[in-house]
Design a protein around this ligand. Sequence first.
Ligand code: AMP
Ligand code: MG
Length: 406
Amino acid sequence: MISYQKAKTIINKHLFFLNKENVDLINSPGRILGEDVVAPFPSPIFNNSAMDGFAVRATDTKHATEEEPIELKIIDISSAGSPSEIIIGKGECIQCMTGAKIPKGADAIIMVEDTSGFSNNGSVKVKNSASCGAHIRKRGEEISEGDILIKKGTRITANELGTCATFGYGAIIVSKKPKVSIFGTGDELVEPGKKLGKGQIYNSNLYVFTDLVEKAGALIQMKEVIKDDKESLKSFLSQALEESDIIISSGGVSMGRYDYVRDVFIELGVKEHFWKVAQKPGKPMFFGTKEHKLIFGLPGNPVSSYIGFMEWIWPVIQSLMGENIEKPLYGKLEESFPREKTKYRFLFGQAGYKNGEIICRPTSRLGSHMLTSSLGANCILGSDSGDGPLKPGDLIKINLLPWKNL
Ligand code: AMP
Ligand code: MG
């Protein structure tokens, strides 16, 4: 049995970066940016109007007041998408809409509300003076050409999507999705929706894994529940080893007579790096590699499988895609936490803010077979081994489930 830290170090040694691919912008949400996105032009790209109004020479409006408006000659219209090419001279103005290019010769915009209004009359009364630059969005005031807009390793959300579109990217470079094969093992497993026979239970782990793989941004390559017999395992696993970057088993890696998964992996040429980690739940965890492929065996107890995925495999998927990994959070326990003498201890937990501090507590059920302990949880709490339980007020590591909030 090896320590939690040692197991992390061994896994990290076998990580690699996946290749990159170009995807259409519309298909990029959830993907991890494979290179920095750089501004190909300044923003705004040209001086334009922040208001519907009149482009003027500020000096022409210097003495304009409500009581004594100044009359300017209207010589053209500049609208968004149809800029005016006429140059404004003394005493002249151009009707200029929001987003329209500022015509040459103009250095300010008078809001339409400060005038007698748009018209076809050929002139307008200006009732307020404008300072030079008023209501003009300056070229480059937001972003300069060549600025890094979004750093490589960022997960694309609406925020990044909007910026990429703003700067004209129809497609972007992202990391390829890791291909993940997941399988459950056990003669006792029945699919939800079917009738349970004697001694049978429902397969829940593959449902959890399927959602977690997709949430992490990876691709399910193969998925199957396999009976506890070596031949079936062998045929699934040899194909999975051909086709996947990551293989995850739930169950079949413990000490039971029918726990064949480890044997079959080894028979298929997988190099074992460890089996059994000093952690609870999930002690009989297996990690091996074959060429670049990463193979994980998580024990079948549903809490061990779920927590095992989030603690060990989620960060691996992030690393393969080059995603920037957030620093862990720490929170103050509001209840005691059953620390283990020699093992790392995980429990589903609830974390939130109270008086400006992050506080947390484990959810109520402790058994590794009690998956309802995940209901209402927004995090996994994890503590190193130590003497006696952690007490209220002690700090503990919080692994926030990425789709939940504090
Ligand atoms: P194992 O690791 O195969 O010894 O399984 C440990 C426990 O987890 C047993 O009680 C299994 O019935 C249960 N288990 C195994 N696989 C699953 C699964 N896919 N869904 C729900 N429970 C499972
Ligand atoms: Mg089993």
